[in-house]
Structures are given as structure tokens and as C-alpha cells.
Unconditional design. Structure first.
Ligand code: ADP
Ligand code: MG
Length: 248
């Protein structure tokens, strides 16, 4: 268990999920609730999210625009706090942790991919993938070695010195994927990663992403509107009235 004290009741909940699934889930959203104030009313975007994710498992999150996918991913990735409920990472409750500790977990354990690549425009593909590693404290040479390997793996060996503006949409998104996994996180959260790409490019980026997930044993949640792509993940879930519903 963690060094941080966990309240007895939350500990009991975490261990009951552990019993249910054998191994503990790597990511567990327990009764997560999130409301936004809209005018005079509260909008209950997440209304008791229960979602457990085990290492090596990929989940497609398929739900219409406005259903709360991004909100769920932000909370799962410790970028936002839920109003109620708890996010466990590796059995460890995260609400009570300091901002510094949450940031540390996010840097080491969680990778994000967004719909728009969000690469730094002034830096090359190689540098964009090196930076998160150097922020973590890795020496430049090691960061460069891993970034080169990753970009090669993703079919971008010829693109190392190129800036984002010099690359195609699919290439930019593959660099963003390389950056997301640069620090070898155990959890990958992708928010409509192929939503901005044409069908053919989306297919290629998705194939590369799936291969990477399988090869690394990442646990991944991928929000997507693409049912064809979703069909190739291990599990599919949707959001109905702020709750997770498993799909076939
Ligand atoms: P999705 O990613 O599925 O499209 P979001 O999680 O972005 O959905 O948003 C879910 C709902 O919450 C939407 O109705 C959106 O307008 C609302 N929402 C999201 N963020 C905020 C915010 N910061 N303030 C108020 N409402 C928000
Ligand atoms: Mg969204």
C-alpha cells in the first residue's frame, strides 16, 4: 500500500475492488461526481462514475459531445478534482494528496494525448519528446536516446529534426503519442486522439497507438466517436446520465 494514510472506509472500498478483480485496478474511479454551475442550475456532468481499469487493458469511451468524456479524463488524470468520490491510482487514494504529489504522479504514471496535438511549435519532434523526460530529471543524452527509439517505433525516424508545422496531422499526432509515453507511464488517457484526422490517417494513428498499448502493457482510456476504432479496444463504455455503462 501507499505511505499515505487512507481513511478506513476508502481503504475498504479499494480493497473490495481488488478482491472483485483479483489484481488491484491500476485506475479506479469510485462514485466520481462533477457538477458545473450553468446559470441558476447545477449541471450534473458526472453523476456517480464507477470505472476500474487494469494494467494492459484498453477501454474505448464512446459518448456524444457534451456527455462528459473530457471531464472524466481530466479527473482520471488528476488534472481536476471531483466534487465527490475518489480516484485511486494503484490502490492509492489521490484526493488527500498535495498538489505537488498529484503532479508527480501525473508526470510519472499518466500520459495524455489530446485531439489537437499541443506540441511546442518552436521545438523539433525529437525535442518535444525529450522535454518531458528532461523535466523529470533525465540527462539529455538518455532523453534523446529514448525519444529517438520511440519516434522510430512510431514510424517517424525521418522526422526527428522537424517542427510540428513541417509535419502532417497524422505525424504530429504520432509525435504527441510518443511524448505522452516518453516517461513510460502506466496509464494513457487519450481525448479523441484521431478526431481531427481523415479516416485513412486516423486508422494509421490508431493502429500505431494500439500496437504501443499492447507492447507496453499500458492501461488506456481512449475517448472516441469512431465505433470502428472502438471495436478494436478490449472494452467499450459509454456515459448515460453521468454514469458509466459497459457496451458489448
Ligand atoms: P465531452 O468531452 O464528452 O464533449 P465535456 O466533459 O467537455 O464533454 O463537457 C460535459 C458538459 O460539461 C458539457 O455540457 C459542457 O458544456 C460542460 N462543461 C465542461 N466544462 C465546463 C466548465 N468548466 N464550466 C461549465 N460547464 C462545463
Ligand atoms: Mg471532449
Amino acid at each position: 500500500m501507499s505511505e499515505t494514510a487512507i481513511e478506513p472506509d476508502t481503504q475498504a472500498q479499494a480493497s473490495s475492488v481488488r478482491r472483485a478483480g483479483g489484481d488491484p485496478p491500476l485506475l479506479y474511479l469510485d462514485n466520481v461526481q462533477r457538477r458545473y454551475r450553468q446559470g441558476d442550475a447545477d449541471l450534473h456532468v458526472l453523476n456517480g462514475i464507477d470505472l476500474a481499469l487494469w494494467p494492459g487493458q484498453s477501454v474505448a469511451l464512446v459518448a456524444p459531445s457534451g456527455a462528459g468524456k473530457s471531464t472524466l479524463l481530466h479527473i482520471a488524470g488528476l488534472l481536476e478534482h471531483p466534487d465527490e468520490g475518489e480516484v485511486y491510482i494503484d490502490g492509492r487514494a489521490t484526493a488527500i494528496l498535495s498538489d505537488a504529489e498529484r503532479t508527480r504522479i501525473r508526470r510519472l504514471e499518466i500520459g495524455f494525448v489530446y485531439q489537437f496535438h499541443r506540441l511546442l511549435p518552436e521545438f523539433s519532434a525529437l525535442e518535444n519528446v525529450m522535454l518531458p523526460q528532461m523535466i523529470r530529471g533525465l540527462p539529455r543524452r538518455e532523453a534523446q536516446k529514448r525519444a529517438t527509439e520511440l519516434l522510430n517505433y512510431l514510424g517517424l525516424g525521418a522526422r526527428l529534426p522537424h517542427r510540428p508545422a513541417e509535419m502532417s496531422g497524422g505525424e504530429q499526432q504520432r509525435v504527441a503519442i510518443a511524448r505522452a509515453v516518453a516517461n513510460a507511464p502506466r496509464i494513457l488517457l487519450a481525448d479523441e486522439p484521431t478526431g481531427n484526422l481523415d479516416a485513412h490517417t486516423a486508422e494509421h494513428v490508431f493502429r500505431v497507438l494500439s500496437q504501443l498499448i499492447r507492447a507496453t502493457g499500458l492501461a488506456a482510456i481512449i475517448a472516441t466517436h469512431n465505433l470502428d476504432l472502438a471495436g478494436r479496444m478490449d472494452r467499450r463504455v459509454t456515459l448515460r446520465e453521468g454514469r458509466v455503462v459497459e457496451l458489448a
